[in-house]
Design a protein around this ligand. Structure first.
Ligand code: BTN
Length: 241
């Protein structure tokens, strides 16, 4: 499996501010002319959901795939995000023999700490910038961000990292045209953290409490709250004990 086999333009830097930002700038300058991959060994201004910084030192994977997704709408962007998280879960399992956990909607955890995040942005209708950040082995990560950890205990070889990236992109290429069918959701739910747990959901300035009981076929989270069942297509969930 080689990235070179895919009809994909690749831009890779040693350092850049943010691959999502670079992808956006490229799209604004050139429009969409086929799928493109932007990657960097280090990001100086990587960001995640709600513009939170995403620490991106040497030893992680930081990439953004720009791709046309004809079925993508504002309503199903969350489904695409959960599906990308599932593809990353599967790739990590295949490549590193590690079973992570999925934290709806866009994070992967391992041993109770975050190891990866996904940020899907849409610079134009039906065009997705799929940003993926994964902590393979970043030195000093735990001091900088106690809530995050590394997947590996030592720096992987370049070959291993390239193989993982290549496998991930292959997974994404076969998944994205079919994401709307939500076939992955039963598997996703099996490995979903906080299912059947009491949580708070932070949605902008609003906080909602409830039990996370299920996902809808569109990947929305169903919360059983004091006032009944409600579903949400975005937000940040945290466990309450
Ligand atoms: C999150 O944790 O909320 C999502 C994090 C997404 C980080 C990736 S790293 C590659 C791409 N470039 C960025 O600036 N962000 C995404």
């Amino acid at each position: 499996m080689l990235l070179a086999d895919l009809p994909l333009q690749i831009n890779w830097w040693q350092t850049c501010k943010s691959t999502n930002l670079a992808a956006k700038e490229d799209f604004l300058a050139n429009g969409y002319d086929g799928p493109k991959l932007f990657g960097s060994d280090v990001q100086t201004g990587g960001y995640g959901k709600n513009a939170r910084p995403f620490i991106s030192n040497q030893g992680g994977i930081y990439l953004s795939l720009v791709i046309k997704v004809p079925q993508l709408t504002g309503q199903n962007q969350g489904l695409l995000t959960t599906g990308i998280a599932w593809q990353l879960y599967e790739t990590i399992k295949q490549e590193l023999q590690i079973e992570t956990e999925l934290k709806w909607v866009n994070d992967l955890f391992w041993q109770g700490k975050k190891i990866a995040g996904i940020l899907v942005e849409c610079p134009a209708p039906h065009v997705a910038i799929i940003g993926i950040g994964c902590n393979l082995f970043q030195t000093h990560l735990s001091e900088e961000l106690p809530g995050a950890t590394n997947l590996l205990t030592a720096q992987p070889t370049t070959e291993k990292t390239c193989h993982l990236i290549s496998n991930l992109i292959h997974h994404l290429f076969s998944f994205i045209p079919n994401f709307i069918h939500s076939d992955f959701l039963p598997q996703y739910k099996k490995h979903m953290m906080l299912l059947n747990k009491k949580v708070t959901l932070q949605l902008g300035q609003t906080t909602i409490q409830g039990r996370a009981v299920d996902l809808t076929p569109m990947g929305n989270l169903i919360l059983e709250t004091e006032t009944g069942s409600r579903s949400f297509n975005a937000g940040e969930i945290t466990r309450i004990r």
